[in-house]
Unconditional design. Structure first.
Length: 386
């Protein structure tokens, strides 16, 4: 008599295969992260070295022409360093599950006009940078700051890999989605790298500056908005990044003014007035005097800045000066900042309130600005609201 026993180990073999693949993927991720950290040491030290070195020379030289040239170098490296830090902070938020998006009405043509103005000065000399004028006039609900960030990142990449030719961006309506694109006539991306460029710590060109986090961050942002992103490219013929966001036409709705609570009686309704004839008044709720001084020194011409270092003082100074814009640091913790914004909106619905800081529930405010801020960010806000 022969007795045979059989076990179906198909599922076990499949599980072992999955474990091996997961182990290899984890090892590859660890290798890429180690290479990323080593590269970051270089990427951060290089602009820092230029900023420190040329700042010292600027302080010593009396030749104004030389100082202007060196200042431009410092400014360029400052923007590069700020971009690196912002990408690292965004990725940390993503990995910690703390990335939040807002949803508010966005005029796509207005946003693209701001993108065009903000990036014109970064465009290489032999490149024509343009917005596709055939893009329809659309208003949709989405996160304007994150949408701006995705477009800006793709445009910056296009500039980086396009020595001459064109960089064009635009959008079109396709059923329930808005299809956005950034297209260039640059060097192109190798076929075997196109599937990897959205992976973290991977760069399309090992010799290019950057963290290798920009495109992965774009992918996460677009997917959180409910869309998708992809790339079409050929070596020597250029690259086209295409992404979608849902088309959500806004209804006639009023954004809630918050819960004024105990501060409601601190402000009386009155018409807006300017503090100084011929100037625009901006109320800045900021507890750090040096940050306020930097804002004043950078944008003081034609703007009268008033600082409040607490929420209660902000309400009092708003009543006194009737500013045309309020900048509110969400780190000021003596009172709920959303409550302050709600009071201002109840009294003067037309006065924009812009929050700034690490993050904020932007539905409570007209706009949000991440810190550390750049001059271009603030100029864009002032051009938009003043």
């Amino acid at each position: 008599m022969i007795i045979g026993v059989f076990w179906d180990i198909t599922s076990r073999v499949a599980l072992e295969k999955e474990l091996v693949e997961a182990k290899e993927k984890a090892e590859e991720s660890g290798r890429l992260k180690s290479a990323f950290l080593a590269n970051m040491s270089h990427e951060i030290r290089t602009p820092l070295n230029a900023i420190v070195g040329f700042s010292n020379i600027i302080a010593e030289t009396q030749d104004m022409e030389e100082r202007r040239g060196m200042y431009k170098i410092v400014e360029t490296n400052n923007e590069r360093l700020l971009s690196l830090i912002n990408e690292i902070l965004d990725m940390s938020k993503i990995e910690a599950g703390m990335l939040e998006l807002s949803s508010k009405p966005v005029n796509m043509r207005v946003l693209c006009g701001e993108l065009l103005n903000a990036n014109l000065f970064r465009c290489p000399g032999n490149v024509i940078f343009s917005f596709d004028g055939s893009s329809p006039n659309l208003v949709t609900r989405t996160d304007p700051n994150r949408l701006f960030q995705v477009f800006a990142n793709l445009i910056t990449n296009a500039f980086k890999f396009t020595d001459s030719g064109r960089v064009t961006f635009g959008y079109r309506l396709d059923g329930p989605n808005i299809v956005c694109y950034v297209e260039d006539t640059g060097s192109g991306i190798e076929t075997d790298k196109q599937d990897k460029i959205f992976d973290r710590f991977v760069k399309g060109n090992d010799f290019a500056q950057g963290t290798g986090l920009g495109l992965p961050i774009c992918k996460v942002l677009i997917e959180k908005m409910g869309g998708r992103i992809g790339v079409e490219s050929a070596i020597g013929r250029g690259t086209k990044f295409v992404f979608t966001i849902p088309y959500v036409p806004p209804v006639n709705e009023r954004v809630g003014s918050g819960n004024p609570g105990r501060l409601k009686t601190s402000v009386r309704k009155a018409g807006a007035r300017k503090a100084v004839s011929g100037t625009v008044t901006v109320l800045v709720v900021e507890s750090e005097p040096s940050d306020f001084d930097l804002l004043c020194d950078t944008f003081g011409d034609g703007i009268f800045f008033v600082r409040a270092d607490s929420g209660v003082e902000a309400v009092t100074l708003f009543e006194q000066y009737r500013p045309q814009l309020v900048l509110l640091n969400v780190a000021v913790t003596d009172i709920n900042c959303a409550e302050v914004a709600g009071i201002i909106k109840e009294v003067s619905p037309g006065v924009p309130v812009v929050a700034f800081g690490n993050s904020a529930p932007t539905d409570c405010y007209d706009d949000f600005m991440a810190v550390p801020w750049s001059r271009e960010q603030v100029e864009r806000l002032f051009n938009k609201y003043l």
